[in-house]
Design a protein around this ligand. Structure first.
Ligand SMILES: [Zn+2]
Ligand SMILES: [Zn+2]
Length: 322
């Protein structure tokens, strides 16, 4: 009896909420702050969104016909130009705070450049970052290092593969580069300057431990010094793989598809095929700069035995990575 009475009251309350109330709420308009946390063993990783940017993937992707690429986007329910995420990964080992990539800063307009705002929303400050490690020196990964000529991460050591520093700081390479990446030379000079001036630019060569739990692994192709960062703790692993994939809708199914910005298209193809095979075999988590935010998931072999599929990580409120 009592239950029925409560149910009646509850139903009445529900009905009254559904009545028109005279004033409608305005559309809220903005997206939630772009951060998402997981644990890798004892290490906390926060994916930070820099925002998104629209890319005409049917003209940028090479190695397949534009019609096939358009069909793959349509099959994935995506419009062209494709709205592409730009993701950074903040790694807190418990004793050191390492940021992988810095986002675009002010160099690509208002849809990008939100890494610092999202880092603050996630409970950190730029001053706390001990190391900024860069997957490669394309401007969407380095622009956020600098603002008005000053270091955005004033206490951080900047770590980049020597091969990329050498290539992007050499002005003789600039006129030979494809148009879409030429801006990266100018941004590289501006972005590295304040760190170099204060003795905090420390390039590395080959496989290198950045801090305990974070290791740099050379993966040339997309650029000469393109680097993965492996985050490992207690038998768990996240591989932050930079620009292995620009278009998930196309390149998992066909890893041979490459992008006009690759310094070495066939090198990038080979690196992609190797890392897909390794990640699928070993089952570790991957984090991609241009996978849909938060850019975390697993690589599985496709059921037809050809190609791969991306399995986005399951949402977690308790930071357990799945
Ligand atoms: Zn790139
Ligand atoms: Zn990129």
């Amino acid at each position: 009896m009592r239950t029925r009475m409560l149910a009646t009251i509850a139903f009445g309350a529900l009905m009254s909420f559904n009545q028109p109330v005279g004033a409608s709420a305005p559309l809220a308009g903005a997206q939630a702050p772009g951060y998402y946390r997981i644990m890798v063993g004892d290490i906390e990783v926060t994916a930070l969104s820099d925002g998104t940017i629209d890319f005409p993937m049917d003209t940028l992707l090479l190695g397949e016909s534009p019609a096939t690429i358009r069909a793959a986007f349509a099959a994935a329910f995506q419009k062209l130009p494709a709205e592409s995420s730009m993701n950074q990964f903040l790694v807190n080992t418990g004793s050191r705070l390492v940021l992988v990539d810095a986002g675009a800063g002010t160099f690509f307009g208002p849809t990008l450049g939100h890494t610092v705002a999202n880092l603050r929303a996630a409970g950190y400050t730029p001053e706390q970052v001990d190391e900024v490690v860069i997957t490669h020196m394309h401007a969407d990964h380095t622009g956020g290092l600098v603002h008005d000529g000053k270091a955005v991460f004033p206490n951080a050591v900047l770590r980049i593969a020597k091969a990329d520093v050498g290539f992007w700081m050499d002005p003789t390479n600039e006129p030979k580069a494809p148009e879409g990446v030429r801006v990266s030379f100018d941004v590289a000079r501006k972005a590295l300057a304040p760190y170099a001036a204060s003795g905090r630019l420390k390039p590395f060569e080959g496989e290198t431990e950045i801090v305990p739990g974070v290791r740099a692994l050379p993966a040339p192709g997309h650029t000469a010094g393109h680097t993965y960062y492996a985050v490992e703790s207690k038998g768990e692993k996240l591989l932050v793989w930079g620009d292995v994939v620009h278009a998930a809708a196309v390149q998992f199914a066909n890893p041979k598809v490459f992008i006009a910005w690759d310094s070495d298209g066939s090198g990038a193809q080979g690196a992609r095929e190797n890392v897909f095979a390794d990640a699928a075999r070993k089952g570790y988590l991957v984090g991609g700069a241009h996978l849909p935010f938060p850019g975390l998931g697993h690589v599985a072999r496709a059921a037809d035995g050809k190609g791969y599929v991306f399995v986005p990580a399951t949402y977690t409120v308790n930071r357990r990575a799945h």
